[in-house]
Ligand binder design. Structure first.
Ligand SMILES: *Cc1c(COP(=O)(O)O)cnc(C)c1O
Length: 387
């Protein structure tokens, strides 16, 4: 007879098997048990089964295969956040002596990683104008290993000619990576447009409710899966099965949320385009957005994040007063959830030309669009920007 404390750990009785849930169970665990010592393995490929929780429990791997299917890629890695997904790509394809190109409109923290960390490891980092298209060739060097795209760009929303950039980059032997967060991996078919590796912040639309942080990296080919897999494993990018469970739930309603969000956002953006204090609306589906024609050619829809440009003479305090005057739009980072958000950007960092005036980046949530318009109207008025 074993002691009762041993039985707590090795019980005799178990619940019956056979519950066929409609949803993927949350499998927590660091350790998966091998039947025999000869079965022990620490191969990250885990094609034949599971080796260790850090490489993903069934909940994590379920999310990975669903993202791969959604994006039409070969395989997907799940990462602790979108920024970790960017880091995984950088650390896989950059090496000492290599050259990496980023669009000038890149997500700020991606810029920081390249400037502060990649350069410290002896990587050359340059920025190209996001609308360069085939002219990106002029920025390529014999040692260019990685060309990033982000379309539309962060804050300034330039829609890139990704096929033209990919063609030039491939001719120079570089890998093309795309931050496809804006499109939720669905409104822009990255692999059909020449991209090799995509990432998205699942934090945004897949999560969809501002309650988790996750990222994904999806690859076009088995060769790229091998190259990224080693680095993903060695960096120890484990993720929470609970967060993956929330992301799997978010995926089920992604279609209806994106449809409703697109319409609500367009309603708000079109109203803003008529407001006298708004110089320009940077929304890919409006002709006022740089690269709008490319968006029409390559995208199947638009999403929730866009910016408005105010006149250059509008002072910083007035831009802040406009944002502070909003009541339904909250002030905060990130986007893609159910809540509308606003963030002022006085002077976004750019190597190739600055925006014509201060910007406010908006994210439209699932509130009634008419209420959001009324909120904006009163905030413009209170900031003295009504005319
Ligand atoms: C939010 C965001 C990221 C980073 O995602 P996190 O999950 O917050 O790390 C990366 N790229 C873009 C374009 C983003 O908007």
């Amino acid at each position: 007879m074993t002691h009762w404390t041993t039985k707590l750990i090795h019980p005799d009785a178990h619940a019956p098997a056979g519950f066929e849930s409609l949803v993927t169970p949350v499998y927590r665990g660091s350790t998966t048990v091998f039947r025999r010592a000869a079965d022990l393995s620490d191969d990250w490929h885990h094609e034949a089964g599971y080796t260790y929780g850090l490489r993903g429990t069934p909940t994590v791997r379920e999310l990975a295969v669903r993202i791969a299917a959604l994006e039409g890629g070969e395989r997907t890695f799940i990462t602790p956040g979108g920024q970790a997904a960017i880091a995984l790509i950088d650390f896989t394809f950059a090496e000492s002596g290599a050259h990496v190109l980023l669009p000038d409109s890149a997500y700020g923290p991606s810029r920081d990683l390249a400037n502060d960390v990649l350069r410290r490891f002896g990587v050359e980092v340059d920025y190209y104008p996001p609308l360069a298209g085939a002219d990106v060739a002029g920025f390529l060097k014999p040692n260019t290993r990685l060309v990033w795209c982000e379309s539309p760009g962060s804050v300034t929303l330039e829609v890139q000619d990704v096929p033209a950039i990919a063609e030039a980059a491939h001719r120079a032997g570089a890998v093309v990576a795309l931050d496809n967060t804006y499109s939720a991996g669905v409104h822009f078919d990255a692999f059909a447009h020449g991209v090799d590796v995509t990432m998205q912040a699942l934090t945004k639309f897949v999560g969809g409710h501002s309650d988790l942080l996750l990222g994904s990296v999806t690859v076009r080919s088995p060769e790229l899966y091998e190259r990224l897999g080693v680095v993903h494993d060695h960096l120890g990018m484990g993720v929470s099965p609970d967060d993956c469970s929330l992301a799997l739930r978010g995926l089920q309603t992604l279609g209806v949320r994106l449809a409703a969000l697109e319409q609500g956002t367009l309603h708000v953006a079109r109203w803003l385009a008529t407001h006298p204090a708004v110089r320009r609306v940077l929304h890919p589906a409006l002709p006022s957005c740089p690269g709008h024609e490319t968006w029409k050619r390559d995208f199947t829809g638009s999403t929730t994040v866009f910016s408005i440009v105010l006149a250059p003479e509008v002072p910083r305090e007035t831009v802040r007063a406009l944002v502070d005057g909003l009541t339904l739009f909250k002030i905060g980072w990130s986007w893609g959830g159910v809540t509308s958000l606003a963030v002022p950007f006085m002077r976004p960092r750019r190597d190739h030309g600055r925006p014509e005036g201060p910007l406010v980046r908006l994210n439209v949530g699932l509130e009634d669009p008419e209420d959001l318009v009324a909120d904006l109207a009163q905030a413009f008025e209170r900031a003295g920007l009504a005319t």
